[in-house]
Write a protein that binds this ligand. Structure first.
Ligand SMILES: *Cc1c(COP(=O)(O)O)cnc(C)c1O
Length: 350
């Protein structure tokens, strides 16, 4: 080993879902939104003045922060924006999880949490979900350095009721509790209403799923002004210009088109309800989905074999080779047409 090699920060990175480039594929593997961004976003992109790229963007992201503050009925000092919620969450780990005590998140959850904890050398424990993949709130009542969980959870799509979310926050007023609401627009109850009651609560959301802008990279956190200031202080110590000029303009256009947002979220929820029935008829079982994906298993059918067979036909879903979930597939809810192609395949295959 070379001397300098001993000092490399060694990490095992997060592995994102595949992004194959095939013209006729059915892509149900990374929870993207099948409907494009709002027409208002497309117009803002067409009208974008490239001369603006000469200048640094506004480091305080005022335009976008104000649009979000208006949309969610909060003060601008209660909103932090970042390059996707991955950036917001990573920044939050760095900012809030410094006690030396283990942070807590579920054993089956967003797999990026353990990657950030390892990267920042934050100790962590992962309380096991129960046999039905539910979060046991009592597991989060012990001493800890912070709590983070997605609601609805990923990859299970199962939502935790607001009363249980509140119990977890109420039992942890000495640490920061992060509720990762990447999928909340598709189901479950947001913890936003609890912000006025708990100063240790941070709610994180994203434009990647319900606003169909995964490619632009916008995420945001909502919390009391002291948490938001702490996040901004860390951000300005790291990179002042995380939000580029295009993100600020197109992101604001998206937030302002509430009607399109409601319409497309509604369509995905309706397709999810129809897909549940079809999957049930085909012998699949799943935890009650609240997100834009369904976590399915079928007794007697090997999940990995089915995953490979689907891929062979250019139908992409997500398979996790991990304990407890290696007989499940996570299927993103696409358009009705895309789901029909999936069902046609399954009817033949089974
Ligand atoms: C998709 C996802 C994110 C990250 O989304 P961004 O594209 O980085 O905004 C965060 N948390 C969960 C649970 C997700 O599924």
């Amino acid at each position: 080993m070379k001397p300098w090699e001993a000092n490399i920060r060694r990490v095992t990175p997060y592995v994102p879902g595949e992004q194959p480039k095939k013209s006729n594929m059915i892509k149900l593997n990374t929870n993207e939104n099948p409907y494009g961004p709002s027409p208002a976003v497309k117009k803002a992109a067409r009208d974008f003045d490239t001369e603006l790229l000469r200048l640094y963007p506004d480091p305080s992201s005022e335009l976008l922060v104000d649009a979000l503050a208006m949309r969610y009925g909060l003060g601008r000092d209660q909103i932090f924006v970042g390059v996707g919620s991955d950036d917001v969450l990573a920044m939050s780990f760095l900012t809030f999880f410094n006690s030396g005590r283990p942070i807590l998140f579920p054993d089956i959850s967003y797999s990026f949490y353990s990657v950030w904890a390892e990267l920042y050398r934050i100790p962590y424990e992962r309380p096991a979900l129960d046999g039905e993949f539910r979060i046991r709130k009592e597991d989060y009542y012990k001493e800890n350095g912070g709590v983070v969980f997605p609601n609805p959870n990923a990859p299970t799509s199962l939502a935790l009721g607001l009363a249980d979310v509140e119990d977890i926050i109420a039992h942890n007023q000495e640490s920061v509790v992060i509720v990762d609401e990447a999928y909340i627009d598709f189901g479950g109850e947001s913890a936003l209403g609890l912000l006025s009651k708990y100063e240790n609560l941070l709610v994180v959301q994203t434009f990647s799923k319900s606003r169909s802008m995964a490619g632009l990279r916008i995420g945001f956190a909502m919390g009391n002004p002291a948490l938001i200031k702490a996040l901004n202080d860390v951000k300005y110590s790291f990179n002042s210009y995380t939000m580029n000029q295009t993100s600020l303009l197109l992101g604001t256009a998206a937030v302002e088109d509430e009607a399109y947002f409601q319409e497309t979220v509604g369509k995905i929820k309706a397709t999810r309800e129809r897909a549940k029935e079809r999957l049930r008829a085909l012998g699949f079982v799943y935890p009650e989905p609240s997100a834009n994906f369904i976590f399915v298993t079928r007794p007697g059918t090997d999940a990995r074999t089915l995953f490979e067979a689907l891929k062979e036909k250019d139908i992409y879903v997500r398979y996790f080779d991990a304990p407890r979930i290696n007989q499940y597939l996570r299927v993103t809810v696409g358009t009705d047409g895309q789901m029909e192609r999936l069902f046609e395949f399954l009817e033949n295959y089974l």
